[in-house]
Write a protein that binds this ligand. Structure first.
Ligand code: FES
Length: 154
């Protein structure tokens, strides 16, 4: 899967490809965390091919490897955020609300038909409202024989 324009992870444009898994270990629809030092990456075998992103939700850093992959849509296990791996877009904003990557503000989720919630003012609510959902970061990946190879940041 090609890396969406502007979303290649910093420090990966000139690095070496390193083997991270056998192709058979990440079958279609499967995901796998790979770690080098303190860098956790997610290898996802989507319906459009294999891609590698941080294994950290761009919201509050939950491991996306514990989420659900459906075609190209990955769902975070923590606040129901959903992200399109083909284009890098947020499909469903986290239930907590907060800021999107461009600074736009999103209200917390509330059930349909429910009366509007009063705006909470406690410190946790203010922290949630000021938490930004960052853009996904993609790492260069290639298949060499039966091996998946990735460029880690330098
Ligand atoms: S940590 Fe993933 S949606 Fe909040």
């Amino acid at each position: 899967m090609p890396i969406p324009v502007g979303l290649q992870a910093p420090g990966t444009s000139s690095g070496r490809f390193e083997p991270v898994a056998r192709l058979g270990e990440v079958g279609p629809g499967e995901m796998r965390r790979v770690t080098r030092g303190d860098v956790d990456l997610l290898v996802a075998h989507t319906s459009r091919g294999i891609c590698v992103i941080d294994d950290r939700c761009p919201h509050m850093a939950a491991p996306l490897s514990l989420g659900v992959l459906d075609q190209c849509l990955i769902s975070c296990p923590l606040h129901r955020g959903q992200f399109d791996l083909a284009g890098g877009d947020v499909v469903q904003f986290p239930t907590t609300g907060g800021l999107d990557a461009d600074g736009g503000s999103h209200a917390p989720w509330s059930p349909p038909e429910a009366p509007p919630k009063p705006e909470p003012t406690d410190l946790k609510a203010r922290a949630r409202a000021a938490t930004r959902v960052r853009r996904l970061r993609y790492y260069p990946v290639r298949i060499s024989g039966d091996t998946i190879e990735v460029v880690f940041p330098e």
